[in-house]
Design a protein around this ligand. Sequence first.
Ligand SMILES: *Cc1c(COP(=O)(O)O)cnc(C)c1O
Length: 427
Amino acid sequence: MHTCLDLLAQSDSSLQEALVGEMRRQSTGIELIPSENYTYPEVLCLLGSVFTNKYAEGYPGRRYYGGQEFTDVIENMARERACAVFGAEHANVQPLSGSPMNQAVYLGLLEPGDTILAMDLSHGGHLTHGAPVSHMGKLFQFIRYKTDPATGAIDMDEVMSLAKKHRPKLVLTGYTSYPRDMDYAAFKAVADSVGALTMTDASHYAGMVAGGAMMNPFDAGFDVVTTTSHKSLRGPRGGIILCRKDLAARIDKSVFPGLQGGPHMNVIAAIAYTMKRAAEPAFREYAAHVVSNAKALAARLMELGADLITGGTDNHMLVMNTQTTYGINGREAEEALDAAGITVNKQIVPDDPNPPLRPSGIRVGTPAATTRGMGNSDMTQLADWMHEILQHPNNTGRIAEIKRDVEHFCAQFPVPGIDMTDLDLNS
Ligand SMILES: *Cc1c(COP(=O)(O)O)cnc(C)c1O
């Protein structure tokens, strides 16, 4: 990072200032957005490497440009390592991010107009799982399953009856805001009963699947698993599609030339590195620690009276109804916590009566805090701060005091890839 800052000091000081500002922001606050993380310094280095100069349309051994000796090496490494980490037969590491990754699967395995059974958005599903505002929502017919209002858990009886009624071609599991693992065998049985393919979008929790802290959908015979490479996997921003060998050709053609042009080889190099780290024993410890931190945070918040969706968590996140707990909406909660340097995101809850920009809850996750080395007792401290702030969101004097405590606390946990001495620049 130092060289980068030095270079910018010469050529573009306003950009350098913004970069230093972001480094300082990331170091001095506690990041609890469940989809964020701090990547490896080696990933930052590979993203800024000369692999960014190279066009490599096609796949290893079958490219449309010359000069591919090293791009073929890194793409094969990324594919082989991803297959080993997830126990998959085939991997495509070219999707530019999570959204085109899912689009490539739908467009490669289905026909426009086909039916997909996926999780309802307000119950935790992702935009790319058929939101009416997304292009995919217009191109395919999405049927949505929900969670049981009594327990907050996915209602498998409803999943089965929707499948019988609508006969989907694809049963899609995965979520962006749901604090539990899933019964993949039950989903597979639903899909088999109507002859549908099975896919899970593990973008949020792939790190825990890789590290053995959550179930692997391939163990239940799933056909396709997609995941972003950022989020809990700690890699660069990108997408990975894992699938059975007999679907490989359709998936690969769908990514390129179906949907995309040249792959981002700097990202693919960084994915290869990320997969090496995900296979190490230390990553198993990390994944288990992410979950134990989420459980510790949830336990203390509930002790203090918080209303958590499903009454707890068995993954890396919790979803709190701030409206029922503290009488404030998710935006007010997000803003009050932000003022103390604690970053969460506002979140719609199942069948939320409030609009998305003023929803009833927040989503809180532990992958980034765990990467910094925060542990179970730190989560208890964090829960106490959060509770005090959310109880008194307008007490700006007290919130400013907590912000100082948070900064002091964060100084014990350096962010990988950020050299604290760089932060003295321009300050
Ligand atoms: C984050 C996410 C995506 C989209 O990833 P982008 O890189 O933001 O396009 C897709 N699906 C799920 C479940 C996600 O959590």
